[in-house]
Design a binder for this molecule. Structure first.
Ligand SMILES: NC(=O)c1ccc[n+]([C@@H]2O[C@H](COP(=O)([O-])OP(=O)(O)OC[C@H]3O[C@@H](n4cnc5c(N)ncnc54)[C@H](O)[C@@H]3O)[C@@H](O)[C@H]2O)c1
Length: 333
């Protein structure tokens, strides 16, 4: 992959830039000497303390559904857009399906409409491997083998986002790329009721609670370290061959949930063990594994952080930011 010098002096918009992936991506683009990185985020699932600071970063607190805010943002004519803002994720969408459709459906449509009006060099959309592949897709998941038999509103609307970006590419020749992330983890994700399993396990482990596995623990996931996702995204923002393509960003390896839980407990020194719970109704996939051949061919993408190192870095970030994390982590009693 290149050194990404192409971002120098560019104005880049990161919607959802206060979130886990967005904060890491913003920091990196800012360090690449972009003229400006605009973060548009309503902080619905993020916190101000987690937003990277630098002279070339502008944080606009606002909603992607708000026309006034969108006009203010697009007046600056960003050349590159990373659309990461989303109603996150599966359980949240089952509990709040209409909100999910508003943000992930109408929201992306509005951002695309503004991008089309002002013109952009690249529009990269954060789709989801867990969203677009189904029980009828062959493992490891290859990009052509998507499913229309999905299990949550979030999966439906993440796929819908791809249909919209493709439509803007087909009709207006907008240079879009659909990035299909697989189970991202790493510094920047604050635990909470609707968050991913790794940050939540660190939180419970650091507060000496047993880790609740919803299933038998033999399920596997393709956990991908956020730094590798960021590198993949940066390449998608500049590589010509990526235009119009959907590309998996995974680690290309899967790990069992029970192994991950044991590693987390080992890192934190938690003496409580594992508590097994019933599998969630919508959680139909025993195994998730990406094929990253296409990402490698088109982007030169090669994940570089091992699962163990990624977990260690995540634990270090939790330790360094524990006061803020403890204050912000929201769970039901
Ligand atoms: N984290 C994963 O495992 C994963 C996997 C597949 C796909 N994705 C996708 O990648 C993207 C980034 O994921 P993440 O883990 O950083 O999620 P995240 O929830 O940390 O970040 C999303 C950000 O969007 C913001 N947001 C939500 N609604 C908004 C609105 N209406 N207007 C403005 N901002 C809004 C939130 O405050 C948050 O900061 C999302 O689109 C997600 O669907 C993530």
């Amino acid at each position: 992959m290149s050194e990404f010098n192409e971002y120098q002096d560019k104005t880049v918009l990161v919607t959802g830039g206060a979130g886990c992936v967005g904060s890491n991506l913003t920091k990196k683009i800012s360090e690449l000497d972009a003229k400006k990185v605009i973060i548009l985020d309503n902080l619905s699932s993020a916190y101000e303390w987690n937003i990277p600071r630098n002279e070339n970063i502008e944080f606009i607190k606002g909603d992607i559904l708000d026309e006034v805010v969108l006009k203010r943002v697009f007046k600056q004519r960003p050349s590159h857009i990373f659309h990461l803002a989303a109603h996150f994720a599966n359980q949240n969408s089952v509990d709040n399906p209409e909100k999910d459709l508003m943000v992930n459906g109408i929201g992306i449509l509005k951002v695309l409409q503004h991008a089309q009006l002002t013109g952009v060099d690249r529009f990269v959309y954060s789709s989801s491997g867990c969203g677009v592949y189904g029980l009828d897709s062959k493992m490891p998941f290859e990009e052509h083998d998507i499913s229309i038999s999905l299990h949550t509103p979030y999966q439906v609307t993440k796929l819908l986002g791809e249909l919209y970006t493709n439509y803007f590419n087909n009709l207006y020749e907008m240079p879009i790329v659909n990035a299909r992330f697989f189970n991202v983890f790493g510094p920047g994700e604050i635990p909470g009721k609707y968050r991913n399993v790794i940050p939540n396990f660190f939180y419970w482990s650091m507060t000496n609670q047993a880790l609740p596995i919803t299933g038998d623990g033999n399920e596997t996931r393709d956990w991908t370290y956020v730094e590798d996702i960021v590198k993949g995204l940066l390449a998608m923002g500049i590589e010509e061959k990526a235009i119009g393509e959907a590309i998996n960003l995974g680690s290309g390896k899967d790990h069992q949930v029970i192994d991950m839980a044991n590693k987390v407990n080992e890192l934190t020194g938690n003496s409580e063990d594992i508590a097994y719970r019933a599998r969630r109704d919508w959680d139909a996939k025993n195994k998730l594994l990406s094929s990253i051949d296409k990402a490698n061919d088109i982007l030169g993408y090669k994940p570089s952080v091992s699962f163990d190192d990624g977990l260690k870095n995540t634990y270090n970030w939790f330790s360094d930011n524990w006061d803020n994390i403890e204050k912000c982590a929201e769970f039901e009693y």
